[in-house]
Ligand binder design. Structure first.
Ligand code: DLL
Length: 448
């Protein structure tokens, strides 16, 4: 095994080995068949796509190979917002087949709304059930779902996975952390599903309550996604809870959690390629980049009935991890998300993703995994303050020590990321904790 943390042992488990280990040729034949059906569904039932295809001079019958995908138009988040609420549905919402609606938070504009038929929900459950197997779980597992239930896809997506796997589901939702810990221990939950920020908060809370979860709890695996998590933070969660943490990726527009997920080797996230085609494109030219190079992740759905999407631009940055995985799965791997094109900071001309700060901070044992980036205006320039929190053992009363730590972090940031920011070391527990996705960047810049 590439990594020794956590208790996942024994033979590799698969939920759908016939798909997860399918030969490339057979998988591509399946993808092509499903792509043709998706394109026909979009053209016949969604006026937005009919118009886009007509404008591009393409008919569904022109799609004869997987390479023909590259001739098809893109779909953007703005297109989904403009379609609010149901204009991108291939099935009328009151038709009787649309079982459920999810929506992304509409903090900047209309929410994006996605509908699911029972088949869509089953496919979603299958992909999450694969994730449960990937972290060593099966029908005997107790799955504690601590993602929020609701319009957010985390809670119910994990829940569907538990149903398909036939695990015992503990539907906690997020929040009420002490109770989460108590039940995790008393019920003997062995798999936790929540954001990495929340997993860390659960771990810290358990320790504060006087437990030693790494040794005393049954927990062995955690399926953590919905936000970036540095390797340092992952190791922190793994050692505090005594688990193997696998990274799960997804987005509400495309389905929810399960679009891709790591196996226990933690060398990239296996994409559910029977349900999605992944492309990695140069975000400026929109041309494909070679395997191994970073670009914008673009997905085409292959099995969705209600809200199929063609070439959806996620704005997330990743790459294809070349080569075969030790776990035996043939589904290709995408790397962990580097950041989102819209979250990228430009500090004195240098491009940085918030997550890159986290990677640098992981090298300092004096600080915790909690950090925040605060953007303010100083005259015409943006000012960046990086708030980092010390561990309780750090002697916070010694000014000299604080200044020295700030200097060392600054030097490390300069040499690794070529940026200079104001580093502010703050006392333990002074940075806001999160039960869902952490708010890492606080933008207080004056709007021009
Ligand atoms: O976050 C779905 C999800 C729920 C995924 C639970 C995993 C676990 P949205 O709220 O629509 O959906 O946010 C999607 O979150 O475009 C990424 O920028 C980010 N994201 C999701 N998973 C990861 C991850 C859910 N594993 C947006 N690593 C995506 C980094 C992630 N970023």
């Amino acid at each position: 095994m590439a990594n020794s943390t956590g208790k996942v042992a024994g033979p590799e488990k698969y939920f759908q080995p016939e798909i997860e280990k399918m030969g490339r040729e057979e998988l591509e034949a399946l993808q092509l068949e499903r792509l043709k059906a998706t394109v026909a569904n979009c053209y016949e039932n969604i006026p937005f796509y009919r118009r886009a295809f007509d404008e591009a001079g393409i008919a569904p019958s022109d799609v004869q190979t997987l390479d023909d995908l590259r001739r098809l138009p893109f779909t953007t988040k703005q297109d989904m917002r403009d379609a609010y609420p149901f204009d991108l549905f291939a099935i009328p919402v009151d038709d009787g087949r649309v079982q459920r609606l999810h929506a992304s938070s509409g903090t900047t504009g209309n929410a994006t709304v996605v509908g699911y038929t029972q088949r869509d929900i089953d496919a979603w459950g299958d992909t999450f059930a694969r994730a449960i197997a990937q972290v060593g779980g099966d029908e005997h597992s107790i799955l504690q779902v601590a993602y929020g239930y609701g319009l957010f896809t985390g809670g119910l997506g994990a829940h569907e996975g538990g149903i398909r796997m036939n695990s015992t589901i503990l539907p906690m939702s997020s929040g009420n952390t002490k109770r989460q810990v108590q039940m995790m221990r008393d019920f003997g939950a062995d798999i936790l599903a929540c954001t990495p920020s929340y997993a860390l908060l659960i771990a810290d809370t358990a320790i504060e309550m006087g437990f030693d979860p790494a040794n005393d709890f049954k927990l062995s695996g955690a399926i953590c996604g919905a936000e970036p998590c540095s390797e340092g933070m992952r190791r922190d969660i793994e050692s505090k809870l005594g688990v193997k943490v696998v990274d799960i990726y997804g987005l509400s527009e495309v389905m929810g959690p399960g679009v891709s997920c790591e196996c226990r080797y933690q060398t990239g996230l296996h994409v559910a390629e029977d349900h999605f085609i992944i492309e990695i494109l140069d975000p400026d030219t929109l041309e494909p980049v070679p395997d191994g190079e970073y670009g914008e992740v673009v997905f085409t759905t292959l099995s969705k009935e209600c809200t199929p999407l063609i070439r959806y631009r996620t704005r997330d940055i990743s790459r294809i991890v070349p080569g075969a995985c030790e776990c035996g799965r043939t589904l290709r791997r995408m790397d962990r998300i580097q950041g989102r094109t819209d979250d990228m900071l430009i500090i004195r001309g240098v491009n940085v993703f918030p997550n890159q700060f986290q990677e640098v901070l992981a090298g300092f044992e004096e600080v915790t995994s909690y950090y925040q980036i605060i953007l303010t205006s100083r005259g015409p320039l943006d000012h960046v303050t990086l708030k980092v929190e010390t561990v309780p053992e750090f002697d916070f009363d010694e000014i000299r020590k604080i200044e020295d730590l700030q200097k060392r972090i600054n030097a490390e940031l300069k040499s690794n990321l070529q940026v200079s920011v104001e580093v502010k070391v703050v006392e333990p527990k002074s940075i806001e904790r999160s039960e869902g996705k952490a708010r890492r960047v606080i933008d207080e810049r004056e709007k021009a």
